[in-house]
Design a protein around this ligand. Structure first.
Ligand code: SF4
Ligand code: SF4
Length: 374
């Protein structure tokens, strides 16, 4: 009961951080008034997913969040990702359409995985389709080096656009984000913020996401201060999964506590969020909730239970199967995948596969934040 109370408080706190225009947009996308049947399906799926996550029971739940790799490959070659080493390939618009049409219960779609999404000329078309036709909240990360016209981005139907910046130190940025130029990235970010302001809009939400490591701990406060100066809405710190020496090493609990201190310090100035740490932050405590809420589909049709880098580097270990969007049997393939997914979720807490056992998100400490505050 106490746990349920904590979760309710957690959700209420989050809602208060969202302003009215955004809250209305979120509600009307997830539960579109013009499509009561779809709204009911989604509501039912939310409840079932909660029970599956909370009690580990086996129920036919569908993913709430889809991550679809619109582009494989990148014009940067960051040390923690190395997507710059892949030959650039882009998903066809028709394939994207077919994939998301198979998942009506999904309310959110993330448009990137191992690549820069704006390398696809179809990206904004996909965003428009997912937002208008499928009533989804569309989010994308980007390295902000090749943004199209800011007006087009603002009017595209995107709910959130996230700039990946781990430091505002130019030299360090180029060392971590090889082939990247911080000045270009910041200039594009400023142009987008200005364009949204000129148009008097609050959507898309414009965020900065930083991969947080021991090597960038000293940069965290600078990121927050620059974000406030530029006028972005929020800063997200994501835990580095694998060390990428010599610059990046996975953070310790002490580093996490520092981040938590910064979140508290700037709480009245900007929304700072801390994700993917085993010790707490803005991710829900308990067993991994990504397994029961999301599904990642890469450019080749491989389907994974989550978006962790394990899926990129050793896909065979965590794949739930493969789908072929351009073939007739797509619906059958998706049904098989969902069956395997339900099996995976029901077994993962008692007999987790190796990739979950090694994952820091497998079980998060209960509300470690409270202990830190005390
Ligand atoms: S910009 Fe993003 S996709 Fe590209 S290499 Fe860096 S982390 Fe990977
Ligand atoms: S525990 Fe980690 S690897 Fe396993 S499903 Fe959750 S996020 Fe993915």
């Amino acid at each position: 009961m106490a746990n349920f109370f904590h979760i309710a408080l957690f959700i209420i706190r989050k809602l208060f951080l969202i302003d009215f225009e955004r809250a209305l947009f979120i509600a009307s996308q997830i539960f579109p008034p013009s499509q009561p049947e779809l709204s009911l399906r989604r509501m039912k799926n939310f409840f079932l997913t909660y029970f599956v996550w909370k009690f580990g029971v086996k129920l036919p739940v569908k993913p709430i969040v889809l991550q679809i790799e619109s582009v494989r490959g990148c014009n940067f070659n960051c040390v923690m990702c190395r997507a710059g080493q892949f030959e650039t390939r882009t998903m066809k618009f028709e394939e994207f359409k077919k994939i998301i049409s198979e998942f009506p219960e999904a309310c959110v779609v993330i448009m990137n995985f191992a690549g820069e999404p704006f390398l696809s000329k179809d990206l904004l078309r996909m965003v428009r389709y997912a937002s208008d036709e499928r009533k989804m909240l569309v989010t994308t990360f980007s390295n902000f080096s090749i943004l199209p016209d800011p007006g087009k981005v603002i009017e595209s139907g995107l709910y959130e656009i996230i700039a990946s910046i781990d430091t505002f130190d130019r030299e360090k940025f180029s060392r971590i984000r090889e082939k990247g130029n911080l000045d270009v990235v910041v200039e594009n970010l400023k142009r987008l913020v200005l364009e949204r302001k000129v148009r008097g809009k609050k959507i898309p939400v414009i965020s900065i996401s930083a991969v947080f490591s021991r090597g960038t701990r000293e940069d965290a406060e600078g990121i927050i201060e620059n974000a406030i100066k530029i006028g972005v809405d929020r800063v997200k710190f994501q835990r580095l999964f694998f060390s990428a020496p010599p610059h990046l090493h996975i953070p310790t609990k002490d580093d996490f506590v520092h981040l938590f201190y910064l979140k508290q310090k700037y709480r009245n100035k900007i929304d700072v969020r801390i994700y993917n740490f085993e010790w707490g932050g803005d991710s829900m405590p308990g067993f991994c909730y990504l397994a029961s809420s999301m599904l990642t589909i890469d450019l080749f049709g491989n389907v994974f239970p989550c978006c962790t880098p394990y899926a990129i580097f050793e896909p065979h270990k965590s794949s739930l199967g493969i789908i072929h969007p351009s073939e007739q049997r797509l619906s059958e393939e998706v049904s098989d995948i969902l069956r395997r997914r339900a099996e995976f979720i029901s077994k993962m807490r008692n007999a987790p596969p190796e990739f979950c056992r090694l994952c820091p998100l497998f079980k998060r400490e209960k509300w470690a934040n409270q202990k830190i505050k005390n």
